[in-house]
Design a protein around this ligand. Structure first.
Ligand SMILES: O=C(O)CCC(=O)C(=O)O
Ligand SMILES: [Fe+2]
Length: 151
């Protein structure tokens, strides 16, 4: 488990500067305590950005890439980003639940069948793989997909 406190200072140019660039989380599950007043998080769906409303003291549960892999794609890890704000500072707390790297992860056998063939490889240290791809501007989960090997 990793806890990250995010602080977004005032930014004079929210039109050109992001608080966090678009990504999906490398965790299995993320628990996010948003700022109780200031909005900023957006989720990508069907090529459109949707704002995540503020729910004071509410916890936002987000599926990360590792649950997408373990569920053989049944649950999707959403791409999201954070905007900046010229008038209000913003604070959030993200708790990333991460499986033991020594154990590794892969799709659960019972979720693999003829209709849904195995879509992801077994992986030992997904977070390391994640950051290799992330630095190159690629969607890290693509590196875990089996169809990738055919190209
Ligand atoms: O600060 C937020 O609202 C979200 C931060 C986030 O996406 C992350 O820390 O992975
Ligand atoms: Fe995130």
């Amino acid at each position: 488990m990793i806890a990250r406190f995010n602080f977004y200072p005032l930014c004079p140019r929210p039109d050109v500067v992001l608080g966090v660039k678009q990504h999906a989380d490398s965790s299995a599950i993320t628990i996010l305590l948003q700022d109780k007043e200031v909005e900023g998080l957006q989720v990508l769906k069907d090529d459109q950005w949707f704002r995540v409303p503020v729910v004071p003291y509410g916890l936002l549960i987000n599926v990360g890439d590792q649950v997408e892999i373990m569920s053989n794609g049944t649950f999707k890890s959403p791409v999201h980003r954070v905007l900046t704000n010229a008038e209000r500072e913003r604070n959030t707390l993200a708790i990333f639940i991460i499986p033991d790297v020594a154990v590794g992860i892969g799709p659960v056998e019972k979720l693999i069948n003829e209709e849904r063939p195995r879509a992801y490889k077994d992986i030992k240290n997904y977070v390391e793989l994640f950051f290799q791809s992330y630095q190159q501007g690629k969607r890290p989960i693509e590196a875990a997909k089996i169809s990738q090997e055919l190209h």
